[in-house]
Design a protein around this ligand. Structure first.
Ligand code: SF4
Length: 355
């Protein structure tokens, strides 16, 4: 491996080594990177959490695979000192919220979630001032600061149940996904939900034309769409459900058109090669999730960067909003052996957002 030494050398001066960058690792082979990651993981007593939509090679070196909340909860239950979260920023924050005593690292700080970034703490505080009686429900795809400003969190699986638990005459501010908010509004029949105008570009960009083309090409296939998609897509779908629900549909049906991030579709196709599984849109790919690479992961473990740090007051308040959600949905329990095997194979994510 080449020397990591950068910087200009002034005449007569001893050169100062600077921190190498992930680019310095880019020339290493897959085997070298895997060996390096595996060794460092043991040295640091670290676990690697890989979201369902990570690159395959990252999934292969991950200790746990799953969705953001499930991964964070599994990590909180381990003895590891260090959590390396291969996902997007709000997910690493959620791990830190649940495991404040552990060091949480991210391979690439730019791996953010555009949907989460639609709403900030100060902007939400301003809306709360306009609606002082409203309860605030935050989709888990939100920053720690936004969770801290919220009364309760929700996932796409439990959003309807969480909203139903709030007195019917109390207004609700729902952040940040306008599409999920509209879906919940329809399912609960409430007319007092104030939806933030945010969205997931991966799901919001899917259009009716694509759905019609997919139906025409696969007339016998069921169309399942995630509630982060636009309402016209949900109306045209046979089933609207979270990724966990989509996995159930996949297990029970031979032909399915999936309206969600295509990483899930590809993995289910690998699991059930004899079935006809197609993405509703070939363009439904989350580039933010794919920013993490093996080179960045090896760099991250070598140098203990980038650490996720949260203000303690924010962390405690955000934890409270997550706890309320878990109380409402009967808490979280570790997957059974059978479910864990399916999760490892990538076919049973437990269904929180961006999934
Ligand atoms: S898929 Fe959508 S919600 Fe998930 S990280 Fe990407 S932009 Fe965010």
């Amino acid at each position: 491996m080449r020397q990591f030494l950068h910087g200009l050398i002034a005449p007569g001066k001893v050169p100062t080594p600077t921190l190498p960058t992930p680019l310095d690792y880019a020339g290493l082979s897959r085997e070298e990177l895997t060996a390096r990651i595996t060794a460092r993981k043991v040295e640091r007593n670290a676990v690697i959490l890989g979201h369902n939509y990570q690159r395959v090679e990252i999934q292969e070196v991950s200790d746990y695979l799953g969705d953001s909340l499930g991964l964070s909860q599994e990590a909180a239950a381990t003895e590891a000192d260090v959590i390396v979260f291969c996902g997007v920023h709000f997910m690493a924050e959620t791990a830190k919220i649940l495991s404040p005593e552990k060091t949480v690292l991210m391979p690439d700080l730019r791996a953010g979630c555009p949907m989460a970034d639609f709403v900030t703490g100060p902007a939400l505080r301003r809306l709360k001032e306009e609606h002082p009686d409203a309860a605030v429900v935050a989709y888990v795809n939100s920053t720690a600061e936004v969770k801290a400003e919220s009364d309760v969190c929700c996932t796409s699986s439990n959003a309807v149940a969480v909203v139903k638990s709030i007195p019917r005459d109390q207004p609700i501010i729902f952040v940040p996904d306008r599409n999920l908010a509209r879906y919940v509004q329809q399912r609960t029949g409430r007319d007092n939900i104030i939806a933030w105008d945010g969205y997931c570009y991966v799901h919001d960009d899917m259009v009716l034309d694509e759905l019609a083309r997919a139906r025409k090409a696969h007339p016998n296939a069921l169309v399942v769409v995630h509630p982060e998609a636009r309402s016209e897509l949900l109306e045209a779908a046979d089933i609207v459900t979270s990724t966990a629900g989509m996995v159930d549909v996949a297990e029970k049906n031979d032909a399915v058109i999936f309206g969600t991030e295509r990483g899930l579709v590809d993995r289910m196709k690998a699991q059930f090669p004899e079935k006809t599984f197609v993405p509703l849109s070939g363009a439904a790919v989350c580039g933010n999730m794919k920013l993490n690479t093996m080179a960045k992961l090896a760099w991250c473990l070598d140098h203990g960067r980038h650490e996720v740090v949260l203000d303690e007051a924010i962390r405690v308040r955000a934890h409270r909003a997550l706890d309320r959600m878990l109380e409402l949905s009967g808490g979280w329990s570790a997957p059974t052996q059978e479910e864990a095997a399916l999760e490892l194979a990538g076919v049973r994510p437990s269904g929180c957002g961006c999934s």
